[in-house]
Design a protein around this ligand. Structure first.
Ligand code: SDX
Length: 431
């Protein structure tokens, strides 16, 4: 980051403190408060980190006002249209688009790591068949460190590289196994002769009793969904991975922590919650009631798939997914899908409502993704696992960036304490 040479002046009880101002390559300037407590004896206060930069990064930039998302400088809509997921993985991981030879080598390395240690199959058997696939993924991904000890030393760049490739490669296998387990079907092994998205669809939907042909429309849509969910700056689950990694924990444990955080309905769990909301609304005539509930301060109901901490404009990913939903459903001959009709009318009515306009609440990445995934044959319980498969590259890229930072320190926030001041113990007979 560029030190502007300027400072922010903070005056506290007659003392003035000069805080350096750094300028990014894009986005707002930052005030360096690292020495604030040691020089002024005060903390800053920012629950939810609405005004806090937790790190510096070169991976993803979001302009919330413009509704712009860049991965290593490349706009997400261009990547969604012209690139494909494994190329975007390379871009996020290594910083630039690969040559044809680099891409071929990277895809080959990922392909050769898609299988899971056979002993791990027994781990799934410990879960109830009605377990949520996210519960299984948290457990199985965390257990990877028990099977892949040779890529857990985070101080060894080669082991970091191997762990990264293993995570990208095995996540679709683990997610599809979690799905198969919950529906009582046998696991389907990955194949090395089909692409990443097609492999995932085949591992989810193929059965030993018959051949399975991947529908190219669905594999293109699947690949695009993976691309659109790959990384998103310092969101809650990525921040979780960074904080867990700052203690030196192994990468598999840190990714498991990211999966756990992503599961929440305010974050990656919103795609499942959104589709369930659209299905509960059912018909367009019910929409006004739900919009009224979303605006009612006394009603905890929120429009799932709407609003965002950073975007105060349309989420660019939602735009691509809305277009993709139209294309996929038309190609599948279900363009009159009632859920899609409800989603479009809900978006139209909400964006015309003062409450949503004033609070700058727009559809986010989770608003249309579920409609496509449902049309592809996935149950709602698989929506967030699919988000986790995609976001693994974001978590891993951010993890690698942080671990390689020579200034790495363990993350340890402070607090505004409002509890009891010191007091003496009272024996039970005197209470
Ligand atoms: C993801 O961070 C990321 O980058 C995340 C993500 C990624 O790629 O990693 O983009 C993925 O998580 C997308 C968000 C998915 N979540 C949802 O769709 C759940 C519904 N949305 C919200 O719960 C909410 O909008 C958040 C959590 C997404 C953002 O919350 P903020 O930034 O903390 O905003 P807020 O809760 O303070 O809301 C501001 C105001 C509030 O009203 P007031 O208190 O100011 O009167 O807007 C209201 C909120 O009540 N509001 C909503 C609303 N979202 C915010 N009201 C109705 N419906 C909503 N969806």
């Amino acid at each position: 980051m560029a030190d502007t040479g300027k400072t922010a002046k903070l005056e506290i009880e007659g003392e003035t403190y000069d805080l350096p101002i750094f300028a990014p390559t894009a986005g707002p300037n930052v005030i360096d408060i690292r020495k604030l407590y040691s020089t002024a004896g005060v903390f800053t206060y920012d629950p939810g980190f609405t005004s806090t930069a937790s790190c510096d990064s070169t991976i993803t930039f979001i302009d919330g006002e413009k509704g712009e998302l860049l991965h290593r400088g490349y706009p997400i809509d261009q990547l969604a249209e012209k690139s494909h997921f494994l190329e975007v993985c390379y871009l996020l991981l290594y910083g630039d688009l690969p040559s044809a030879a680099q891409l071929e080598d990277f895809e080959e390395r990922v392909t050769k790591h898609t299988m899971l240690h056979e002993q791990m199959h027994f781990l799934f058997r410990g879960f109830r068949r009605d377990a949520h696939p996210m519960a299984i993924m948290v457990g199985v991904v965390g257990a990877l460190s028990a099977f892949y000890h040779d890529s857990t030393d985070i101080n060894d760049p080669w082991q970091r590289e191997v762990a990264s490739i293993r995570m990208i490669a095995k996540m679709p296998t683990i997610a599809s196994m979690a799905y198969k387990y919950t529906i009582g079907q046998p696991f389907v092994y990955p194949r090395n002769d089909i692409d990443y998205a097609s492999n995932f669809l085949r591992m989810c939907f193929a059965v030993p009793a018959e051949d399975y042909e991947v529908n190219p429309i669905l594999s293109r849509a699947m690949d695009r969904i993976f691309t659109l969910h790959a990384d998103h700056e310092q969101n809650a689950s990525t921040s979780t991975v960074r904080l867990a990694s700052s203690s030196g924990a192994n990468p598999f444990a840190c990714i498991a922590a990211g999966i756990a955080c992503l599961w929440g309905p305010a974050h990656g769990g919103a795609n499942q919650a959104c589709l369930e909301m659209l299905q509960e609304i059912g018909t367009v005539d019910q929409i006004p009631e739900y919009i009224a509930r979303a605006k009612d301060k006394n009603d905890p109901f929120r429009l799932m798939g709407f609003g965002h901490r950073v975007y105060k404009n349309f989420d660019p990913r939602a735009k691509v997914l809305k277009q993709s939903a139209d294309e996929v459903l038309e190609l599948l001959g279900i363009e009159d899908n009632p859920t899609l009709q409800v989603a479009k009318e809900l978006e139209k009515q909400a964006l015309a409502d003062e409450y949503f306009v004033e609070k700058k609440l727009f559809p986010n990445v989770d608003f249309y993704s579920g409609i496509i995934l449902e049309a592809m044959g996935f149950p709602t319980s698989m929506f967030t696992p699919i988000f986790a498969v995609s976001r693994t590259i974001g978590w891993i890229s951010q993890w690698k960036e942080m671990i390689a930072d020579p200034q790495l320190k363990i993350g340890r926030p402070r607090q505004l304490y409002l509890g009891e001041t010191k007091r003496d113990y009272v024996d039970v007979e005197n209470r």
